[in-house]
Design a protein around this ligand. Structure first.
Ligand SMILES: NC(=O)c1ccc[n+]([C@@H]2O[C@H](COP(=O)([O-])OP(=O)(O)OC[C@H]3O[C@@H](n4cnc5c(N)ncnc54)[C@H](OP(=O)(O)O)[C@@H]3O)[C@@H](O)[C@H]2O)c1
Length: 294
């Protein structure tokens, strides 16, 4: 399918749905047990029309990037938007450049579409040095766009001040249940500043509670509650999402979330009436590294 695209005023664009590779190739250590299935899942997603693929140097200690490289062998890399991330502890000037080279080598590509700070740099690393290195990669033409993850508007603005290039996105934990991005005004800040919010964990790992409201809307739109949850994200301005799945069935379900429109009233009902909302991420709270001693 042709996944709809969202375009910022700056011209930067992303498909509304992409594939995340967290937990492919291991968590924080390499795990090769599911390599074949993971490569097949990435390939299947690309064949189904997924173009934005999100990984990080830390996913499976780099192995997720190697799995993506394997899938790229059978696909046209130029049609894809590949995003990777430099870890908070590697964000010195030299550290960013070293991490980037290692990422490119593992991916077997000669450029990244999007390079992100996985978090604000660890204590002891100066954000000015981090952004000097990110700017250098853009100047060399090996990174097309830069962005950040998990930052409050305050940290985002500070990071932006130290970069010559526009930060095109802020990748944050955001879904019907987890609303830190609303509570700390990441969403509002992005909409006002021409920034894309890339909502990670859109289906809360398949563990979203099936509430009466979601059941009612599921019946009304003839879509599953998961599809309602994904559609709720992508129906908002400046928001796109990335989900991880190795299941063909889940992939088809998630893509089926992109072909219908909910009324504004229903979108706002989910915003206001979804029960038991959480205002801090249970995985990576905003500004986590900034608040955490090295
Ligand atoms: N920047 C950051 O700090 C950060 C943090 C976390 C995540 N991310 C990125 O965001 C991506 C997505 O987040 P996530 O992987 O944590 O969470 P997620 O996409 O919400 O959940 C993935 C899990 O949900 C399952 N799933 C997917 N679709 C489903 C469906 N339709 N029904 C039921 N279960 C379903 C998957 O299992 P199956 O494989 O069996 O389908 C997988 O176990 C990551 O892969 C990563 O690229 C970024």
């Amino acid at each position: 399918m042709n996944i709809p695209i969202k375009k910022l005023t700056s011209g930067f664009e992303l498909p509304v749905y992409g594939l995340g590779l967290w937990q492919m190739g291991g968590k924080t250590e390499i795990d090769r047990t599911n390599d074949e299935a993971d490569i097949a899942a990435i390939d299947a997603a690309i064949k189904a029309g997924v173009r934005h693929i999100d990984t990080a140097e830390s996913y499976g200690a780099g192995h997720a990037e190697e799995l993506l490289a394997k899938a790229l062998e059978h696909n046209d890399r130029s049609q894809l938007i590949i995003a990777s991330k430099v870890s908070a502890w590697n964000q010195t000037y030299d550290g960013v450049l070293r991490s980037f080279e290692a990422t490119l080598n593992r991916l077997g590509t000669d450029y990244l579409d999007l390079y992100l700070l996985h978090r604000y740099p660890e204590v002891g690393i100066d954000i000015k040095d981090t952004m000097r290195a990110m700017d250098k990669l853009v100047a060399r033409g090996v990174v097309k766009n830069i962005g950040v993850c998990n930052m409050t508007p305050h940290r985002f603005d500070e990071t932006q001040r130290h970069s010559r290039n526009k930060l095109v996105c802020n990748q944050v934990h955001y879904n019907v249940q987890y609303r830190e991005a609303e509570a700390k005004r990441v969403l509002q800040h992005a909409q006002a500043n021409d920034v894309m919010v890339v909502a990670w964990r859109p289906v809360q790992k398949g563990l979203l509670p099936n509430t009466p409201l979601m059941s009612e809307l599921s019946t009304k739109y003839a879509k599953t509650p998961t599809q309602i949850a994904i559609n709720w994200l992508t129906s908002q301005s400046n928001v796109v999402t990335i989900a991880k799945t190795t299941s063909l069935e889940h992939l088809q379900e998630n893509l089926g979330a992109l072909d219908f429109t909910m009324t504004t009233a229903d979108i706002e009902r989910i915003r206001d009436d979804y029960p038991d909302k959480r205002y801090v991420s249970d995985a990576v709270p905003l500004d986590y590294a900034a608040d955490t001693p090295a």
